[in-house]
Design a protein around this ligand. Sequence first.
Ligand code: NAP
Length: 474
Amino acid sequence: MEGKHYINGEWTIYGDEVIQVMNPATGEQVGTVPNGGEAEATAAIEAAAAAFPSWSKTTVYERADLLMKWHDLLLEHKEEVGEILTKEMGKPLAEAIGEIEYSASFISWFAEEGKRLYGRTIPASKEGKRIQINKQPVGVVVSITPWNFPAAMMARKMAPALAAGCTFVAKPAKLTPLTAVRIYELAEEAGFPKGVINLVTGSASKIGKVFTSHPDVRKLTFTGSTEIGKELMKQSSETMINLSLELGGHAPIIVLDDADLELAVEGVMASKFRNAGQTCVCGNRIYVQSNIVDKFSKMLQEATAKLKVGNGLEEGVTIGPLVDKDGYEKVEKHVQDAVSKGAKVLIGGDGKTENEAYFYNPTVLVNANSDMLVMNEETFGPVAPIMSFEKDEEAVKLANDTRFGLAAYFFTDSMSRGTYLAENLDYGIVGWNDGSPSTAQAPFGGMKESGIGREGGQEGLEAFVETKYISIKL
Ligand code: NAP
């Protein structure tokens, strides 16, 4: 597949330089995209700026119709787009198709939610005055997204931005740009007017600099690592553009001794091993009450033994490759560090590499402690370290002892113990007996160094509007 930039309604290439897109399960080339930079980013922003006045004046109903056409096309082509996603990213095909359905769910949700972008009128304290609040689209939006959810992270930004009346420029990750290209082709087929949606691929730092400095940009929405999020925040200080930052996580999972252990294991499997552990909301460290830790660990080991590692296009595979060599080496380092500090491997603990493909076996570690890397840094791999605790308060303290605050999970059947945990965990998303809380209707996002802003739900639409106060003296 040969991808191109999509600028002002045209598929285009400026120079000869390309980025090769590789299949992480085979090491083979899947396709190429152009290695764009400043010129392409500038042209895309200018096209989006030129399209903004007319797009922002369309009715929400016209915009919803286009979004729904795009939604329907995406679902019609979900197997085909899912296959591109698996080939460039590695996740099992069923998960990839699931990601396309999940992406479509954001498009339909925001097509509807855009119709409820209400302003309000506030009773004034003085006679003859009217206080009116209007919501209006923020303007040109630029987006930067990561490789681990090449479809969903972009759709979650693009759908609300378009529904609100903004125009859009996307820069996908260099490892996984082809899914974005195909999704844009379907958006073009849906009929978005030229300049409303634009796509540029290439050098992240060059494109990022234009995104954060061009005077026509009004908002940057970023999903990726905390490190790059901070860098983009610094760069944006000159232009004061509106920022949404969905950053890294280090999710704790707490299992209390009254939990339904089968449900807890199911939740841990869903949270920990989806996408081979390469999600921002993956459970990274598991705290289990000491009187059930042995039983729970054995159950988790048994469930983990049923996972099948391999090429995501093969039938029955549930764990694909890690995305690249760096990712593999990080997982290896975390496991070796844990073992050197006293952890015991119940299952896994190793991997295999061949032809530039990096597979790590799903791993369960017991006797983990707070000094281990795996209990402090994002592992981004299929490793489940288990540490025991005595009291509920101790579990909350351990869980909150991090600079991250994206997602946390706990399992208990007690209303009062659960309420205590839910209210005291410093996390933007809390799953109570639920290992997969993400959904289009709910606000997703982090506290602390996990970011600023929310995506999904009403908040996800609010992120793309300005609030204007109009004071009228009659
Ligand atoms: P990353 O290295 O921060 O990259 C994310 C995006 O930023 C990519 O498109 C990348 O482009 C771009 N980028 C890199 N350097 C840049 C620069 N100097 N200026 C502008 N853009 C730049 O993160 P990643 O490794 O792809 O993704 C994994 C991270 O994302 C993890 O930390 C994970 O937790 C986080 N994440 C968070 C959420 C959430 O919702 N909170 C969701 C998913 C993932 P290139 O790929 O072209 O280099």
